[in-house]
Design a protein around this ligand. Structure first.
Ligand code: PBE
Length: 266
């Protein structure tokens, strides 16, 4: 195939996710870097993007989506990232845990657990696959915790147990962050905290931790995806560092789509 062909077949549309997602900004950068003037990035939601992918895949029709790893869609469908020779999407990055100032003093046990939380992309994906297959996220989190008690005991090592104190975690409804937030939320709950998981938009997620209305979050993608949000709020939060290494962002197509590089869209 060639660019005109894939463009015509997809109406020159790239299926995006929530406005405000770092991935959307990176895609706008890529559109500029590769001079894809004919192309439009559609705003929507992660759920709507996956629904479009599902529909196109069933009909073996071409589609271009904004995608990321870890994500269960790579285990459900044969997909590929388009090569990104200009590196508009940056390299592999980390997901950081960020908490409010004062949490260490106020709730040292919860702080220690959040600080010691770290896992692998394959762990996160295992939870995501169960959730996408219809399991309640809380149940999927519990199942993963039960199957990985050795790792979980490293997170809780030395942490003082709670006594019903409230801990509020904020997250965005990205499949990856649903998985991580429910898992760490459940671990905190099992260690004596009264946990609330509050689903918000990405700006309010950072703002909530910065202004102390939330205690923490486990979904800050750095150094690239959420850099602007991080720079805006970094003076008012505590960055506990990486909880997962090896994410990826990019443009994704089903393998049956016969282009290999973002350059092929021009
Ligand atoms: N994501 C998943 C987010 C971070 C987690 C890649 C869709 C984003 O801000 O783009």
């Amino acid at each position: 195939g060639n660019a005109n062909e894939i463009g015509a077949q997809t109406d020159y549309e790239i299926v995006g996710i929530e406005p405000g997602a770092g991935l959307m900004e990176l895609t706008k950068t890529a559109i500029e870097d590769y001079e894809l003037d004919d192309w439009t990035l559609l705003e929507g939601s992660s759920a709507a993007m996956v629904a479009e992918l599902q529909k196109a895949y069933t009909n073996q029709e071409p589609i271009i989506i904004t995608g990321w790893t870890p994500h269960w869609m790579f285990s459900q469908y044969d997909l590929k990232y388009l090569e990104d020779p200009k590196e508009s999407f940056g390299g592999a990055e980390d997901i950081h845990t960020i908490v409010r100032k004062g949490l260490e003093q106020d709730l040292p046990g919860a702080y220690t657990i959040l600080d010691q939380f770290t896992w692998e992309p394959s762990d996160m994906e295992a939870v995501m696959v169960d959730v996408t297959n219809g399991m309640d996220p809380e149940e999927a989190a519990e199942k993963w915790i039960n199957a990985n008690s050795d790792l979980v005991s490293e997170w809780t090592k030395g942490a003082q147990a709670g006594n019903g104190e409230a801990v509020k975690l904020v997250f965005v409804a990205w499949d990856s962050e649903i998985a991580s937030t429910y898992v760490i939320g459940k671990v905190l709950e099992q260690n004596g905290y009264k946990v609330t998981l509050s689903q918000v938009e990405v700006g309010p997620m950072f703002a909530g931790v910065a202004n102390g209305s939330a205690d923490g979050m486990v979904g800050a993608w750095l150094p690239t995806t959420h850099l602007e949000y991080f720079n805006t709020y970094k003076a008012d939060v505590v960055d506990l560092g990486s909880n997962l290494h090896g994410t990826k962002n990019g443009l994704v197509v089903p393998k049956y789509v016969e282009i290999e590089s973002i350059e092929d869209l021009k």
